[in-house]
Write a protein that binds this ligand. Structure first.
Ligand SMILES: Cc1ncc(COP(=O)(O)O)c(C=O)c1O
Length: 367
């Protein structure tokens, strides 16, 4: 595997000018919520055509100046990742499958005509930020440090072509629970008027534009009294794809699981992938197959479908209790967390948090 030295990059450190006091940080960390508070450092690396990656820096987090013609503001060349650092019982801090995030970041970069970042540089950038902001890892139950690597076109020009300059940054946000309600299961709204991604589009890339397009249907779900939107495929408007920020799993009365296949229109979730492996470890059958809205409703009604859950880095594993759409509402199983959902969640979380053995070498300890 390529090393940081192979990339020719060296990180420069810039000191914090006015570090946050311990009391102020403790107050923030007592109830961090999700995505609203940030740590003190950030990583920045520049890319320029002809020169490649250069000027890797870790320093104080703060605003960045952009030219008004900066390409990302006009043509949305932007991609990002999301992963978490966890505190382990032995006091160490660890990342979960950061190389999978690095690989997906590069897959997104290729789709958006952006330069790839060597995987080792991606992981090293995250590692440096976690080490610098280790004190920002919340101690609260379920707490973690959410890491957000991202890259955008920073060249100032108007015209539709790939930019010749990019900025890569990593910021961190102490995180508690993703869903404020703390409810045992979420309720989801089927978007029949809007789709998220079409074949040949950018659905499998983690680019900002996908999320911009999901905001109106997500707002529709909230306005109808639901937590999340679920999207159908763009061609037949029939097959279940995923939520705005999570993949879906279905659990049947014969103990088998089904999750929609990676058809190019859904995000290849790292949690989704990990759960396929963990379920198979448990001897369960997992099928990656298309599943229609009509079948979903029918199976929930007949009792063949006993559990359903959403999964992703931010929300981990979250039971889906009810589903509503233009044709009315239906409940899955008891409407609350099911046994297989709970078992898989416990398995995954125990590995991520260092409370169980890691048979697949997913955990990267930072010391
Ligand atoms: C659209 C979408 N689907 C699925 C996921 C779950 O992916 P992961 O498990 O890698 O967090 C995410 C979160 O990143 C997402 O934004």
């Amino acid at each position: 595997m390529a090393t940081l030295a192979d990339s020719g990059l060296q990180f420069t450190s810039q000191p914090l000018l006015s570090p946050v006091g311990d009391d102020q940080r403790a107050a923030v960390l007592a109830n961090p919520g999700f995505g609203t508070v940030f740590s003190e450092h950030m990583v920045t690396i520049e890319w320029t055509e002809g020169r490649g990656w250069h000027d890797a820096t870790i320093g104080p987090r703060g605003p960045i100046a952009l030219d008004p013609a900066c390409a990302v503001l006009h043509y949305a060349q932007e991609i990002f990742e999301g992963l978490k650092a966890y505190r382990h019982p032995d006091g160490s801090v660890a990342l979960f499958r950061p190389y999978a995030n690095a690989a997906r970041f590069n897959a997104s970069a290729r789709r958006l005509a952006m330069p790839e970042l060597p995987e080792e540089v991606f992981v090293e950038s995250v590692r440096r930020l976690v080490e610098a902001d280790r004190a920002w890892l919340p101690e609260v139950e379920g707490g973690s440090l959410y890491l957000r690597p991202f890259m955008f076109a920073s060249e100032a020009f108007l015209g539709v072509r790939p930019a010749k300059q990019y900025k890569y940054l990593v910021i961190a946000s102490p995180a508690g629970n993703y869903f404020k309600s703390g409810a045992p299961a979420v309720s989801i709204w089927v978007s029949e008027g809007y789709t998220r991604a079409a074949p040949g589009g950018t659905g499998a890339a983690k680019c900002g534009g996908n999320y911009a397009a999901s905001l109106v249907p997500q707002a529709e779900a909230i306005a109808k009294g639901h937590d999340q939107v679920v999207f159908l495929d763009a061609v037949e408007k029939k097959w279940i794809e995923e939520l705005g920020g999570m993949n879906l799993y279905f659990v049947f009365d014969d103990g088998t699981l089904l999750t929609p296949p990676l058809s190019g229109t859904i995000l290849p979730g790292i949690t989704r992938d990990s759960l396929i492996t963990l379920a198979r470890d448990e001897g369960l059958t997992v099928r990656e197959e298309r599943y229609s809205l009509g079948q979903w409703r029918e199976d929930a009604g007949s009792g063949r479908l006993v559990e359903c859950f959403a999964c992703g880095t931010a929300a981990v594993v979250t039971p889906v209790g009810t589903v509503a759409g233009a044709d009315g509402e239906f409940t899955i199983g008891s409407g609350g967390p099911g046994q297989i959902t709970q078992k898989l969640k416990n398995r995954l979380v125990a590995i991520q948090r260092g409370e169980a053995a890691d048979p697949h070498d997913w955990v990267v300890k930072l010391g």
